[in-house]
Design a protein around this ligand. Sequence first.
Ligand code: CA
Length: 245
Amino acid sequence: MSGCSVPARWAAVSDVGLVRRRNEDAFRILPEQGRVVLADGMGGHRAGDVAAQMAIDTFCAELAALIDGGAAPPAALPLAVSRANAAVYAAGRSDARFAGMGATLVAGVLVPEGLVYAHVGDSRLYRWRGGCLQQLTCDHTMLQDLVGAGMISPEQARQVPFRGLLTRALGVGPEIEVDVGHADLQAGDVLLLCSDGLTDMLEDDEIVTRLRSGGDVHDWATGLVADANAHGGRDNITVVLAQLG
Ligand code: CA
């Protein structure tokens, strides 16, 4: 199961939103290799930008080295995320300007059998198939822990003020636990990777409405960002879409 070129149409939009002064989200698509990664940075001054970019640069370099060296994506992905974590953590410790910086990360590698993915934090991966939207990642947030434990309902969860409180993020500690998964894919399936600036502004059924509105991946990416801004645009919004050929 090595990374390979699986035909897909890609589209992405990253937008600062209506409130924030800088866009601390970042993403990279490597269509030839069927690889994608998205990160949402956090930290004062410019540290969020630095954390997200460093996470992506390190992740991509490490993933390429591991896969070129013969590692299979299910093993290479979490290792590359761990090394990205180590880089962000070390930078935060060695430079006072970057103290406390961190980032979420969600990444995928297309393989003949489908998609291998990994994530840390609350940036999400969804699969859209046959009119049905399925969230493949589970947020690493205090809120998700409470919902998962049945302590608050999903309805109550929409009202809580601490939606963004992460239980896991890159750069916080020397070690990181990485969730890894595999999804099968069919022709026509759409993968959606996004930062919480999309999902804090739109419920899943509002994302579905946009995906049902016709057009192609470019129209949906642009439309989803416009929808998030129409709902307030309180955070940076990044949407990456891939439709399998
Ligand atoms: Ca965010």
